[in-house]
Ligand binder design. Structure first.
Ligand code: FES
Ligand code: FES
Length: 164
């Protein structure tokens, strides 16, 4: 067993894990943060996407021990002050989910797309960038609409924050 310490959703957490423990297992089993899903275990579906030091990663193919000292954000860490993140709001408002299984990974990936590509996202950019996220309910049309709306809303929110 190896002790690993990292910050998850703003809190420092520490646990003894086997060297082979995956980040998704650490989140779900040690921390009981079950919003991060496992859809394939082979880095294809994107249901397990979280942010590692601000960048989207597939937690099913990331070793927990490799995250020593890192900062991880999961879907549970997005809402602040009782308010959903603008990307979460956009998925709700645009019916960007059906069964909801892929949704946490889609939202985490979508925020990463905005961080890298900006707030004004063309449909083809969103579709290309979401290549690593699979929705078995095939609700892609509304997911793409939700990501575009969420991206725009994130722009408005950061402008408001800058003005405050
Ligand atoms: S569970 Fe990680 S990509 Fe599918
Ligand atoms: S909403 Fe069901 S898998 Fe995407």
């Amino acid at each position: 067993m190896t002790t690993v310490t990292m910050t998850v959703n703003g809190k420092t957490v520490s646990a003894d894990v086997e060297p082979r423990t995956l980040l998704v297992q650490f989140l779900r089993e040690n921390l009981k943060l079950t919003g991060t899903h496992v859809g394939c275990d082979t880095s294809q579906c994107g249901a397990c996407v979280v942010h590692l030091d601000g960048v989207a990663v597939k937690s099913c193919t990331t070793l927990a021990v490799s995250c020593e000292g890192a900062s991880v954000t999961t879907i549970e860490g997005l809402a602040a002050g009782g308010k959903l993140h603008p990307m979460q709001e956009a998925f709700r408002d645009n019916h960007g989910l059906q069964c909801g299984f892929c949704t946490p990974g889609m939202i985490m990936a979508a925020i990463d797309i905005v961080n890298r590509c900006g707030h004004d996202l063309a449909e083809h950019t969103i579709r290309e960038e979401l290549e690593g996220n699979i929705c078995r309910c095939t609700g892609y049309h509304n997911i793409v609409k939700a990501v575009a709306a969420g991206a725009a809303a994130m722009g408005t929110t950061s402008l408001q924050q800058a003005a405050e």
